[in-house]
Unconditional design. Structure first.
Length: 230
């Protein structure tokens, strides 16, 4: 039951995070859409799905790696105490994400900068695939773009550490990725015309505020686990 809650919650975080996805990934999605402007709707959808599913695969791989780190952490100290601490850390990052999406505080920008140096080496590989002409190119591009430095992705990755295993961490990130899928597909199909609506101040504050509320619930669960362990 707890695992199912985590997967559904991760999906909702991805869905609510559209206000950030629109800014971070809106450009590449728009480029994918425009590169297929003269082709059929079916070809355009296949390009968008190929890119996005590959992106989600990269998320799942990263989540699995972070979940494995959590597994090692729980074997160094009491498993329940370790999980509680990791869940508390995830709750704090989730709160920061809510503030970030709402435009109230941009501390996660510093976290994004941590991956900037690695991204500088990976990003040129993606540029070589542009303009995308077929679904294979889109798939490879998605695998690369899944490692784009992103405060929202990093926040959920911290959450996946608390999962305590490779497959649970991977499923949390996979669920999160699926949550981002509907909105990014819509942005691709409408060539970015929805971008201004997704980035409206009220939409940002509602989405961010809901994630902040969710972070309080995560914090409550974490504190309860820690109390039971001590």
């Amino acid at each position: 039951m707890q695992e199912q809650f985590s997967y559904i919650s991760a999906f909702l975080v991805g869905f609510l995070g559209v206000v950030h996805c629109a800014g971070m990934c809106g450009g590449i999605i728009g480029a994918l859409s425009l590169s297929q402007a003269a082709d059929s709707k079916v070809q355009k959808v296949s390009i968008l799905l190929s890119y996005n599913f590959a992106r989600i695969i990269s998320y799942a791989l990263a989540g699995g790696l972070m979940g494995s780190i959590g597994w090692f952490a729980t074997h160094w100290i009491d498993i329940h105490f370790a999980q509680g601490l990791l869940q508390l850390l995830a709750a704090l990052f989730m709160m920061a994400l809510g503030f970030y999406l709402s435009g109230w505080w941009f501390g996660l920008n510093r976290v994004e900068k941590l991956g900037a140096n690695v991204w500088k080496k990976i990003e040129p590989l993606g540029r070589r695939l542009m303009p995308v002409k077929n679904f294979r190119q889109a798939f490879v591009l998605g695998l690369i773009w899944g490692w784009l430095p992103c405060g929202m992705v990093y926040s959920v990755l911290i959450w996946s550490i608390s999962a305590g295993s490779f497959y649970q961490g991977a499923l949390i990130m996979f669920s999160f990725g699926l949550g981002t899928l509907p909105n990014l597909i819509l942005m691709g199909l409408f060539a970015g015309s929805l971008l201004k609506y997704f980035q409206h101040k009220i939409i940002k504050q509602i989405s961010g505020g809901m994630i902040v509320l969710f972070s309080f619930y995560l914090m409550f669960l974490a504190v309860r686990v820690i109390r039971q362990a001590v």
